[in-house]
Design a protein around this ligand. Structure first.
Ligand code: PLP
Length: 473
């Protein structure tokens, strides 16, 4: 009646469990019918008793079968309305890859990380250790603001590496920037209604603020970051900035501008949201210290993430709130629990406490610097004087300006797609206006050196074909 496939990647006991469960749910095995003894079933299947015992134990634990002393196992009566729908068991069901395969051979999306960089073994060790050490915490709701140990580790790291001065009381563990900004928007909307954002700038914060009914004031970005005169002339009372590595142009806000921005915020109860998303990745010199560190008691809300160095899939980020907002946060969110699973928070804390996080940052900096340098060499080699690179030396992307190309951004993206190249549209970063020349964003985190070189060579052909045929170098 049941057939086990020895070469299937699904363990034998699980195959048997699936098939018996299926028969019970479909009614083929009626309630109270007796299952063969473990020994008989093992003989029938030519398998070991452990296989049968494993399947029966799982079915028993989940209530599909019940046992009678000295009589064996029987099928439970299931309430058909509440029993889960039987799913057809597809052969090789567990062999599917985890997601749809990328159709792009050359993926220049700026959010891609090195595919082999996740420290799986270390993470597993920290996970197991956290599981072993925190059994008692797992039967409780954790601290709504985030696990205390992780908040201490984050505070410690930020103080040493990013020059952020805060207490763990000010740290809130979140599940990504959107959730962080949801919280901030919620806290500030009673007294604030206009948010200034960088133009061009990261497109996702804009959408969060809009959903909270804020008016968006796009402020131009120059070499020194957001245009302060423009900002001061507007009526925004909150500003969202990426001062240590502006997204997308890559500029660093000089200290004089930072101080002027702080003064703007302090003069009238305004707020700065500092998004410090990838400052660890600076390839020459030291990382630029945070803006928050210049005025720890100022109106600065600091946002950071583990998405750029470790994994965007973990959905782990954090906020550092100024003290007056901590009280407000606790009041507003007193009925909410943390959105980040405790085990993940404890694993991250263990990873940090044992020094793996900072070693991992150093490793990633070396890996990404190599890719970054390969990309710059490939651009120089293939585009020569026909392109200008902006924002190099940090992060996971650079910007390429093509003043001479005869194609539009849309044409380039389309042709690139046909050649297996994924490009994120630079125009998505603009709220208003467009760059004077066609501008491309080149993320390099997800590709190996060979693909970066081949991808850039192909891209140069797409962008410059007319130029090169008219003026062969
Ligand atoms: C400017 C900026 N901030 C923050 C993030 C990280 O967001 P999250 O923590 O939601 O993954 C990103 C990711 O691409 C980003 O580009």
């Amino acid at each position: 009646m049941f057939i086990l496939q020895k070469d299937d990647s699904v363990p034998l006991y699980k195959q048997l469990y699936n098939q018996i469960r299926e028969s019970i749910l479909s009614g083929k095995l009626p309630a109270d019918s007796r299952l063969p003894s473990v020994r008989d079933m093992a003989i029938e299947l030519s398998s070991s008793r452990n296989t049968v015992d494993g399947a029966y134990q799982d079915l028993f634990a989940e209530g599909y079968i019940y046992s009678k002393p000295r009589s064996g196992f029987f099928v439970s009566a299931l309430d058909q309305d509440s029993s889960p729908q039987a799913m057809p068991v597809k052969p090789g069901k567990y062999d599917y890859p985890p997601g749809p395969p990328s159709v792009f051979t050359y993926d220049f999306h700026p959010a891609r990380l090195d595919p082999d960089s996740f420290p799986t073994e270390l993470w597993r060790k920290c996970f197991v250790e956290s599981l072993r050490r925190n059994g008692q915490q797992l039967v409780q709701y954790g601290d709504p603001q985030g696990d205390w140990g992780l908040r201490c580790s984050v505070q410690n790291y930020l103080e040493r590496s990013r020059g952020v001065h805060c207490d763990p009381e000010q740290v809130v563990i979140c599940s990504g920037l959107q959730q962080s900004l949801d919280i901030v928007s919620h806290m500030l909307k009673e007294e604030h209604s206009v948010v200034a954002i960088e133009n061009p700038g990261y497109h996702l914060p804009r959408s969060v603020f809009q959903k909270h009914s804020y008016t968006i004031l796009p402020v131009p970005v120059g070499e020194g970051g957001i245009d302060l005169n423009y900002l001061k002339a507007g009526r925004s009372t909150i500003v969202y900035v990426t001062p240590s590595h502006q997204l997308p142009l890559g500029c660093v806000m000089p200290v004089a501008n930072r101080l002027a921005l702080i003064e703007w915020a302090e003069s009238d109860g305004r707020f700065i949201i500092e998004d410090d998303y990838d400052s660890e990745l600076r390839y020459h010199g030291k990382p630029i210290p945070s803006l928050q560190g210049l005025r720890p008691n100022g109106n600065i809300i600091y946002a950071g993430t583990f998405s750029k160095i470790l994994s965007p899939a973990l959905r782990l980020s954090y906020l550092v709130l100024p003290y007056p907002l901590v009280a407000k946060y606790r009041h507003l969110y007193r009925d909410y629990f943390s959105t980040v699973p405790l085990l993940e928070q404890r694993t991250m804390a263990t990873f940090m406490e044992q020094g793996h996080w900072e070693r991992h940052i150093r490793r990633m900096r070396i890996i990404y610097k190599k890719k970054h340098d390969t990309l710059l060499r490939a651009v120089e080699h293939n585009f020569g004087t026909h392109a200008t690179v902006v924002g190099q030396g940090a992060g996971l992307h650079v910007v390429l300006i093509l003043p001479e190309t005869s194609h539009s951004e849309a044409e380039i993206l389309d042709r690139a797609r046909q050649k297996g190249i994924q490009l994120f549209p630079f125009s998505a970063f603009h709220v208003t206006g467009q760059p004077e020349a066609v501008t491309l964003l080149l993320g390099f985190g997800g590709m190996n050196d060979e693909d970066i070189e081949r991808g850039i060579a192909l891209l140069a052909r797409i962008c410059l074909n007319k130029l090169l045929s008219a003026n062969p170098e």
